[in-house]
Design a protein around this ligand. Sequence first.
Ligand SMILES: CC(C)(COP(=O)(O)OP(=O)(O)OC[C@H]1O[C@@H](n2cnc3c(N)ncnc32)[C@H](O)[C@@H]1OP(=O)(O)O)[C@@H](O)C(=O)NCCC(=O)NCCS
Length: 195
Amino acid sequence: MCASGAFFAEGPGYRLRAFTLDDVPALAAFSEDENYWRFLSHGPRSPEQVHSFIETAMKTSQIPDGKERWWAVVDPHADVLIGTANLKQIGDAEDCFGSVGCSLAPTSQGRGLGPILGWDVIALAFDRFGFGKVECTCAEHNERSVHIMRHTVGLTYEGIRVTVGDGPRNPWPVHVFSLTENEFRTKQNPTDREG
Ligand SMILES: CC(C)(COP(=O)(O)OP(=O)(O)OC[C@H]1O[C@@H](n2cnc3c(N)ncnc32)[C@H](O)[C@@H]1OP(=O)(O)O)[C@@H](O)C(=O)NCCC(=O)NCCS
């Protein structure tokens, strides 16, 4: 993937920046909150697991042709961590296919930031990272994410996929949605719509 974890972006109500180990306490604080982990495949994380996650995210995001880019989502005024966002390459670089993910701290949920962030990271995938198609997944009963993916952003529903293996919450059924670059180019940013 092009562009490293040193890549910055911002939009209304958020800024994306590279993770640092200074983000561990803030992420650890909300990683144990059920309103954060309930719909995430890894479940609750201890402070030690959060430290290890951020260390890995920092490393993988800086590999020049790496397959994952993780960002700290921060309040643009206070630089306080309010979530995470990621892009992952699926398959080989030539496939131009990837996944988009984002999650917000409980105190930043319910204010309309998720659709803005989700759209902007999808836009990054096409505009900056050169993907031709992306997928977004969400847990089976995550009605809010389903609403955003299906109705707000208008992704195409592909069906249910069950993740198996040694993950802590497997088997883990997720709804799979997707969008091609051509479809994306025909869409208006849903967070710009009036009414
Ligand atoms: C899921 C998440 C990204 C949504 O972002 P958000 O900013 O909290 O979203 P909001 O609550 O402001 O709601 C956005 C939309 O969902 C709708 N919505 C909210 N709760 C809903 C529910 N239970 N069922 C259906 N729709 C719902 C809102 O009405 C709003 O719709 P609109 O844009 O048509 O007006 C965020 O809450 C989050 O990160 N949650 C925790 C972890 C998680 O689930 N991560 C996502 C993994 S896919």
